[in-house]
Design a protein around this ligand. Structure first.
Ligand SMILES: Nc1ncnc2c1ncn2[C@@H]1O[C@H](COP(=O)(O)OP(=O)(O)OP(=O)(O)O)[C@@H](O)[C@H]1O
Ligand code: SF4
Ligand SMILES: [Mg+2]
Length: 400
């Protein structure tokens, strides 16, 4: 069964890539693909066995927070995808904290691993190809601290939606088109409040729709998702996510598909709700304007790694990494007159074959001989500001 799967995958790949050349080259290509598939299968089986372990003792997943002020601590998180092209290191050693009651903005170019980081936190990475292969995600719910990467499935199901809510970029992919908005919110409230009466559940659902600013909440309760505008659907989705007063809201590009007025309203809504339930927000976005408006702390990611983190003031007023500087320069401004909008030259390296040196080197106008060596470590600029760039190492600063 496994061998026929491998053979079919190899044949499909060869057909797709229309591998040309001598039969010797073809055989070598097949051998390589077969090897990649075997190795992937072995690793995926190994990680799946751990995931499906029947008895997981509390001592296996309970742990201690490094700082009690945090609600989540990502610590050297590694999430990889075992594809037949090779291993995609989507998240490769990511560490940052989400403090209680604060908003942390996660920014970076498309494909840098923002969504995979948030999906790892919810344990929603697409299995079996996607696997968390290392690191910890420590989560404190006020009574205990657990390592999300190790908790059993029944426990993560209670955490998801109840304590950590996720708002996805495209509401239509999260709302079921064949059920009314009301019945979908009811279902979530019922799941998390098993003893609640039908009338009380309905009342709470309508209240949630009102909280997110939907006028005519009674009517919308009976509507289907396709009968709502994009902004209303996004509001309904937010209402659904917040129905159980979560401790942490993970918002992955919550406003990308919306126009600027609705975007401002949704951001206001998130801010008000956060203050009301004293939750933390992990806000993932491409939009630096949104981050500047919302975030207390900022994490900049590049090619699966955190390359700079600090308070919003530090990142916006004193960016240290050449990539962050480029990102800020490429932000349009009404006060600046430019003939052409700046864009960072070059592309992100291939995630399957990452180099050993700084991943930004081939695009960096500040590169030095030291940049050809190891990947730069996280260098402390202040207690809150850290950057992974050789420019700020003692050695380079000392030698001018
Ligand atoms: N199911 C998957 N199988 C294989 N690779 C994947 C899968 N999901 C994500 N990836 C890879 O992981 C990397 C990170 O993807 P991710 O979705 O986290 O990017 P992102 O930073 O959220 O980008 P965007 O801003 O475009 O949403 C990308 O290289 C992507 O191709
Ligand atoms: S380590 Fe070197 S190549 Fe990388 S961002 Fe810093 S200066 Fe540029
Ligand atoms: Mg994404």
């Amino acid at each position: 069964m496994k061998d026929s799967y491998i053979k079919n995958t190899i044949m499909n790949r060869l057909r797709k890539t229309k591998l040309k050349g001598s039969s010797k080259a073809r055989r070598a290509g097949m051998r390589k693909l077969r090897h990649v598939n075997r190795e992937n299968q072995r690793l995926m089986n190994q990680y799946e066995r751990t995931q499906k372990k029947v008895t997981i003792k509390p001592s296996d997943y309970q742990c201690e927070m490094r700082d009690q002020k945090n609600v989540v601590e990502f610590d050297n998180l590694q999430t990889h995808f075992f594809t037949d092209m090779g291993v995609v290191k989507a998240v490769d050693g990511v560490s940052f904290d989400v403090p209680k009651g604060k908003t942390v903005g996660v920014v970076g170019e498309s494909g840098c691993g923002k969504s995979v980081t948030s999906l790892s936190l919810m344990r929603l990475v697409q299995r079996p190809t996607g696997q968390i292969i290392g690191g910890q995600i420590r989560y404190n719910n006020g009574t205990e601290t657990v390592d999300i990467t190790k908790v059993p499935i029944h426990k993560i199901q209670k955490i998801r939606g109840n304590e950590i809510a996720m708002i996805f970029q495209e509401p239509m992919t999260s709302l079921n088109p064949v059920f009314t908005i009301g019945s979908q919110i009811d279902e979530i409230i019922k799941l998390h409040n098993p003893g609640m009466s039908k009338k009380a559940i309905r009342g709470k659902s309508i209240e949630m729709l009102r909280v997110v600013g939907i006028a005519r909440a009674d009517g919308i309760y009976h509507s289907y998702p396709h009968e709502l505008s994009g902004g209303m659907r996004q509001r309904a989705m937010i209402g659904m996510s917040l129905a159980c007063d979560p401790k942490l809201i993970v918002a992955d590009e919550p406003t990308t598909a919306l126009d600027v007025t609705i975007q401002a309203q949704i951001l206001d809504l998130l801010r008000n709700l956060k203050d009301k339930v004293d939750a933390s927000i992990m806000l993932i976005t491409h939009d630096l304007g949104v981050v500047a408006e919302m975030a207390d702390e900022v994490v900049v990611m590049y090619a699966g790694r955190v390359i700079e983190k600090g308070t919003a003031l530090e990142i916006f007023q004193d960016p240290k990494h050449p990539y962050t500087v480029g990102l800020l320069n490429s932000k349009p401004s009404v006060n600046k007159s430019v003939s052409r909008l700046y864009s960072i030259p070059g592309n992100v390296p291939n995630p399957i074959n990452m180099p050993g040196y700084c991943y930004f080197k081939d695009r960096c106008d500040k590169r030095m001989p030291i940049c050809d060596g190891d990947y730069p470590p996280m260098i402390k600029i202040s207690d809150t500001h850290l950057v992974a760039c050789w420019l700020w190492s003692e050695e380079v600063l000392r030698n001018g």
